[in-house]
Design a binder for this molecule. Sequence first.
Ligand code: ZN
Length: 269
Amino acid sequence: MSVTRDIPARVKLFDTHCHLDLPELAVAQALHWQQAQQAGVAALVIPAVQQSAWQKLLTLRTQQAHWHIALGIHPWWASEHSLDAVAVLDKLVTAHSSTIAAVGEIGLDFALAEHSFAMQQQLFTAQLALAKQHNKPVILHHLKSQPQLLAELKRQQFSSGGILHAFSGSQQQAMAFVDLGFKLGIGGTITYERAEKTRKTVQKLPLESFVLETDAPAMPLAGFQGEINTPAQLALVFETFCQLRPEPREQIAEMLWQNSLNALRLSAA
Ligand SMILES: [Zn+2]
């Protein structure tokens, strides 16, 4: 008796947002990567969250052929930086242009305390200008800030694209970013039945609009609340994504892989 027919064909997945350098995952980094590969993850992106991570990520990139990196300052860490950090980032992107896939994780988070907003805005504006100048895509963090992000992207006439990380929202909100050349990063959110609006958006937009991500160690999937999220969980995000789409599973995997390469301007991963 053969059971092979019931085992889904192996696909190649790209985790476009995984904080493998953060302490929760770094303690067992090699193990997480091994388990991710066993689950079908063939490449990933590690977006920096603060300046102190940049050198470490540049070194990691030279050691791991399938780990891509983005350098930037995440809005949660904005108050610990000044604009001097953006000058340092500019030097690094100039010196290591081919090593750095994108500028990120940058953005605006208006769920944070209001006293952080001014610095968040300054750092986001400066980092977006830097990305534009170097023609690099960006990895965008958003929370209660989609209109403000869109306004700044338009004001700077930003055309290097990138990924709107952890997308949640309506078809109309999604299209505003897709029209500016962005892919929508879809993660564990879609595994929650209550995320109706986002799940509908995944059903309605062209497949070209999406990439997958885990945001590990954050954003645990439904059924895994309270646990540390890992890149191996991307396989479950993918299966949920496939349930929402009409295309065959292999075609979806192939398209998502291409979308990831396109968003990050990679010829191979
Ligand atoms: Zn992140």
